[in-house]
Ligand binder design. Structure first.
Ligand code: F6P
Length: 504
């Protein structure tokens, strides 16, 4: 870490730490200053999301110091390099060009992405028009970044308007694939094999089993029912997929950032191209905001200021995300990979690694884990995410109660309650941030997801981390491949397990 950044962390450590109650009392304009709206185009107007940091411990002094920290850590330069398509992923010697997939950044990369999207669009529309016969189901096989984004988007957006029913299968546990088989008719099912590398053992094993299932169930040409989504098109062709059904994406798009590329194929197939394009447009509007705003006015950067405040200044080892919307129930799982695979590394600038991201859906989580948030000894910064417009068509009471609970939790965490009975006392002063969408549609999901990508990048810059590699997942993978090898050198405990399970 450079000396300037070290000094600023020193200053941040020494800043007064008034409780939230006092921050509100000291500044009547606190809500105005700490609630901002992020917008994107929608139906000839603008839609958006309120971002409310007023219930965090960010105040003017912290914001000003974090702005200087961002400067000292070269935020503007690292953002420029990201957008310019430079090799920001130093350990792997390549760029990180997921933004180009939605039309932002380096011109040549945007052009390439547009051409690849056009190829995907043609295939999607041909399938809708019957080029591959009747298609009622798609089994999308992929894992990690090749599954979590599509699973989130399909679950959020394809509930009542799916043109094709998508079943996402990631786990190597055969139960996952069997569940998809049970829901599909082989004669009207396509298989998408989604793998950046086209080598991942779970995906390739599942794909082979899915092809066998098609063949065993009367499909004459199983390979003719496969679409490959990959940055290794040659490998897909060598595996047996016809080149016309290989949808490539660039090597510079990281797995956990790949929803916007051909990995989004199931989203386009289930919802139609226009919805996929709307998701990209929502993300692009947030890219524009991120590329052109500075300091606290840059909302993903401001979110990272709050993240750093809790992770580094207050020692919080976790952060929790609760979506008060069934459609976003997979969002915490999506964020887990985005944040923990990106920033779960030792920061060169010292300080802690990324906090552990966890969470769930409200109101369910209130009746399960909120006890600890209110009275546990861990300080856990919480994000609440909700939509003003309901996703359901039932009595509006449902949505009113849902939102009322969401807002009440933030208020209760902050206010606490005094009681002479210790078991009934709530200390309060517990931080939360609320993200309140006007509505949850494709553009909003794109915007919300891009916001979190940029927040992750901003945290990486402030910590001095490369968010685009993931060497930490390699060792376990390598060792799994060695189990059963003659002469392997596992520890005695692991060898005993291998023997007991009959693996060797
Ligand atoms: O194991 C980690 C990882 O490399 C992720 O980063 C990636 O999203 C996932 O595996 C799947 O990889 P692939 O798309 O190459 O199959």
């Amino acid at each position: 870490m450079n000396d300037a950044a070290k000094d600023i962390w020193g200053e941040l450590e020494r800043l007064p730490r008034p409780p939230l109650r006092d921050l509100f009392a000291a500044d009547p304009a606190r809500v105005e200053q700490l609630v901002q709206r992020l917008e994107w185009p929608a139906d000839g107007g603008m839609a958006g999301m309120l971002c409310d940091w007023s219930k965090t411990h960010l105040d003017d002094a912290h914001l000003a110091a974090f702005e200087r920290l961002a400067q000292a850590m070269g935020f503007a330069e690292r953002r420029r390099a990201l957008l310019a398509g430079e090799r920001v992923n130093a350990s792997e010697g390549r760029a990180a060009e997921h933004l180009a997939q939605r039309g932002t950044g380096h011109e040549a990369s945007v052009e390439e992405a547009t051409a690849l999207h056009q190829r995907m669009r043609l295939l999607v529309e041909a399938i809708h028009q019957g080029a591959l016969g009747e298609v009622r189901h798609l089994i999308h096989i992929g894992i990690g970044g090749s599954a979590l984004g599509p699973a989130l988007a399909i679950d959020a957006l394809a509930r009542d308007l799916a043109l094709v029913n998508v079943h996402i299968v990631s786990n190597i546990d055969g139960l996952a694939l069997e569940a998809a088989f049970a829901a599909c008719d082989p004669a009207t099912t396509l298989i998408a094999v989604a793998s950046k590398t086209f080598t991942t053992i779970e995906t390739m094993t599942n794909a082979a089993s899915a092809l066998r299932w098609l063949g065993d169930n009367g499909v004459a040409d199983p390979y003719g029912r496969v679409v490959a989504l990959t940055a290794a098109p040659d490998k897909a062709v060598a595996w047996g997929v016809d080149e016309t059904r290989v949808l490539p994406f660039p090597e510079t798009v990281g797995g956990r950032y790949s929803l916007w590329s051909s990995i989004g194929f199931p989203v386009a197939l289930a919802l139609g191209w226009d919805e996929f394009a709307a998701m990209l447009a929502g993300a692009r509007a947030v890219d524009e905001h991120f590329a052109t705003s500075d300091g606290r006015a840059n909302l993903p950067l401001r979110a990272a200021f709050a993240d750093q405040l809790y992770a580094r200044l207050r020692g919080c080892q976790t952060r929790a995300v609760f979506a008060y919307d069934e459609r976003l129930r997979l969002f915490p799982a999506y964020l887990q990979q985005l944040e923990m695979e990106s920033n779960g590394k030792p920061p060169v600038a010292g300080g802690p690694t990324a906090p552990i991201t966890w969470g769930g859906v409200g109101t369910d989580a209130q009746h399960a884990v909120f006890q600890l948030l209110h009275q546990g000894t861990h300080l856990v910064p919480v994000d609440f995410i909700a939509s003003i417009a309901p996703g359901d068509a039932l009595d509006p009471a449902h949505h009113r109660i849902l939102l009322a609970n969401c807002f009440a939790q933030g208020a209760a965490l902050m206010a606490g309650e005094i009681s002479s009975d210790p078991v009934r006392a709530f200390v309060g002063n517990r931080p939360s941030t609320t993200f309140l969408l006007d509505d949850l549609d494709a553009a909003a999901l794109g915007a919300l997801t891009a916001f979190h990508e940029h927040r992750t990048f901003a945290n990486a810059v402030l910590s001095g981390i490369n968010p685009f590699d993931q060497f930490g997942v390699e060792l376990g993978k390598r060792l799994a491949g060695q189990i059963g090898d003659v002469g392997n050198t596992f520890d005695p405990a692991t060898l005993a397990l291998i023997k007991h399970a009959g693996l060797a």
